[in-house]
Design a protein around this ligand. Structure first.
Ligand SMILES: *Cc1c(COP(=O)(O)O)cnc(C)c1O
Length: 346
């Protein structure tokens, strides 16, 4: 089979990183107890508790949509609502799963610059109405790093945590790219999660270098009550759980997660520098994680597609989204920059 050409369309085009694959192969030697009662899952959960420096409840589900939807469902009743940014993955890219799994919880949209939720706007939405006809606000949900490749500072997360507490709401974090945010901020994971007011985190491993298995981390352990039943009912309880959890051991050992994220972020900066030098290319957002968003003329986009490049143009505020991953190479970056330059000239 011919190898698919390398792409920047998403960080999930990349495969499994060697450390995670090693851990997966080791977990495949012999038998193990099913449904998460195995030693690999226990070890991965302990490593996540050490990572966050707190005693939290951890569950592994197959993907990020399930993690977000089930986490939000566990925070909400059917008549509640979740306030998030209008670019949020839970609003734009989960096919209504958060509403479905919570039996009707409504998503309420707020704004904020550079893909980041503005606390003032959250407050406006949450306090707009207090009567029985309005879906009762229950959760603020933020994405770290954001859908447009920016990163909330620790102060900004703390500000939203304080806003949630003031309004009597819970704070959920979609951390599909939390590793990239941590690599940029260089703070301890606790600083931008539970210490900043996050109650439940969906921690992504897939975009960081594993095949499947996102971690749902409850910092307020009471909120995890019966979450195992919710996972089972939703078809998210893996019988061979060790194959979701063991790769996390690979990511969390010797800072593999950080090396992967630092690499992807550096590649994004380098891609940014290459593209920004091309006349007529406009960069749309500060590059703070592993994404570069650029505006280019329609005919240039078509030419690049004709050359075999794949990328999305409908994420965030439009424009071309280019994602770097743990295995992006300098050659990949040079190839794309060269083709963009020639498509702009041609
Ligand atoms: C990729 C991603 C997810 C998870 O998506 P799945 O395809 O369901 O695994 C969640 N949130 C954000 C912001 C993402 O980019």
């Amino acid at each position: 089979m011919p190898a698919i050409r390398r792409q920047f369309a998403s960080d999930n085009y990349a495969g499994i990183c060697p450390e995670a694959l090693d851990a997966l192969v080791r977990a495949n030697m012999g038998h193990a107890v099913p449904y998460g009662e195995d030693e690999y899952t226990a070890r991965a959960c302990d490593m996540l508790r050490a990572f966050f420096e707190t005693d939290c409840e951890v569950f592994f589900v197959f993907n990020g949509t399930a993690a977000n939807s089930l986490a939000l469902a566990s925070l909400c009743r059917s008549y509640h609502s979740v306030v998030c940014h209008h670019h949020a993955h839970i609003e734009t890219d989960e096919c209504g799963a958060p509403e479905f799994f919570s039996s009707g919880t409504k998503i309420l949209l707020a704004g904020g610059d550079e893909g980041k939720l503005n606390p003032g706007e959250v407050e406006d939405v949450a306090l707009r109405r207090a009567d029985i006809h309005y879906p009762k606000p229950r959760v603020i949900s933020i994405t770290q790093a954001t859908e447009v490749g920016t990163v909330y500072s620790p102060e900004e997360v703390r500000g939203l945590g304080a806003c949630a507490r003031r309004l009597g709401l819970r704070l959920h974090m979609d951390g599909a790219r939390l590793a990239n945010a941590l690599a940029t901020l260089q703070v301890r994971p606790a600083e931008i999660t539970w210490k900043a007011g996050v109650d439940v985190l969906c921690f992504g491993g897939v975009k960081n270098g594993i095949a499947a298995g996102e971690a749902v981390v409850f910092f307020d352990k009471r909120l995890a009550d019966e979450f195992d039943y919710r996972c089972k009912q939703a078809g998210q309880l893996s019988s061979k759980m060790r194959f979701l959890s063991a790769p996390w051991i690979g990511l969390l050992t010797a800072d593999t997660w950080l090396r992967n994220a630092v690499h992807a972020n550096r590649c994004a900066l380098s891609l940014h520098d290459g593209l920004a030098r091309i006349p007529g290319i406009r960069v749309m957002f500060p590059v703070q994680a592993n994404a570069v968003f650029v505006e280019m003329p329609r005919h240039v986009i078509e030419r690049l597609h004709g050359m075999g490049w794949r990328f999305y143009t409908f994420i965030g505020e439009g424009g071309v989204r280019l994602m770097c991953s743990w295995d992006t190479t300098e050659q990949d970056i040079n190839d794309l920059v060269r083709d963009v330059a020639s498509a702009m000239e041609g």
